[in-house]
Unconditional design. Structure first.
Length: 268
């Protein structure tokens, strides 16, 4: 039996335009120097040292295209000082599946993904005749009432159980909700619970026995309980109509109540 546990890379700089080839003039005869000065060319070399010419003074043909330069007043994207946003990887936990809700009317057969874990089914039917809910799992008959019904039942309690289909017989509209024990079971942290009709309850506390009552009911009253620590348990009460008595109940526990009246479970 499977039971739940106790509750970019950075932008590249814009390439600067090449200033063309350097023009060197070797200091030589004075006549050559004078010719160059008369033509408006600046002194290119002195004492055997090389000095680049200014492109503004001499237009030097180049086999490479000249690229436009960016003016200081209009900085390019590469010159910006704004920080580049980076993405920090985050770790996210897998999302927990929400309870599945199915609505319909009249007789139907509902296929569901195989449920291998202990689950809870909430069935709400505004019916006027026989109301039946069956499972293809070990629990088989979940609901068998006359008229309207609303209650909770567990499925896949036994090891190896696998519910894949639910069969509905109903004269009216109905809603079927399927989820885990944590999602759908009624919680009673103190170990004391009360209600009316069918229910699945998680009892807290550490009691070893409990007083159980059933009133204002005329049909079957059944209590099944299993310890959440040891998995041991079984049928505690199986009566028709009213009931009052004390039964061994090892809490914390998972309890299924079948009743058509009001009931209480109190540690004692």
């Amino acid at each position: 039996m499977t039971l739940p546990q106790n509750p970019y890379p950075f932008p590249q700089p814009v390439p600067q335009p090449k200033r063309g080839r350097r023009i060197f003039v070797i200091a030589g005869a004075a006549a050559s120097v004078m010719v160059l000065l008369c033509c408006g060319v600046g002194l290119a070399a002195m004492n055997g040292e090389e000095e680049p010419s200014k492109l503004g003074a001499v237009s030097v043909p180049s086999t490479e295209p000249v690229k436009a330069t960016a003016t200081p007043e209009e900085p390019t994207a590469a010159a910006t000082t704004e920080p580049v946003a980076t993405t920090t990887p985050t770790t996210t936990e897998p999302a927990v599946a929400k309870p599945r809700v199915i609505k319909g009317r009249g007789d139907d057969v509902v296929d569901i993904p195989p449920l291998t874990d202990l689950s809870v089914v909430v069935f709400d039917c505004r019916c006027s005749s026989n109301t039946v809910l069956k499972s293809d799992g070990p629990e088989s008959l979940l609901v068998n009432e006359i008229g309207a019904y609303k209650g909770k039942r567990w499925i896949n309690l036994e090891d190896g159980a696998q519910t894949t289909q639910l069969e509905i017989e109903a004269a009216g509209r109905w809603t079927l909700t399927i989820g885990s024990v944590d999602q759908l079971a009624t919680k009673a942290a103190s170990g004391k619970a009360s209600g009316k009709g069918d229910d699945v309850v998680v009892l807290g506390g550490n009691a070893t026995k409990a007083k159980i009552t059933h009133s204002k009911g005329s049909s079957n009253f059944v209590i099944n309980a299993y310890s959440l620590e040891t998995g041991e348990g079984g049928l505690l009460v199986n009566e028709i109509g009213g009931y009052s008595g004390t039964r061994p109940l090892q809490a914390p526990a998972l309890v299924e109540v079948t009743a058509d009246g009001k009931w209480t479970i109190s540690p004692s």
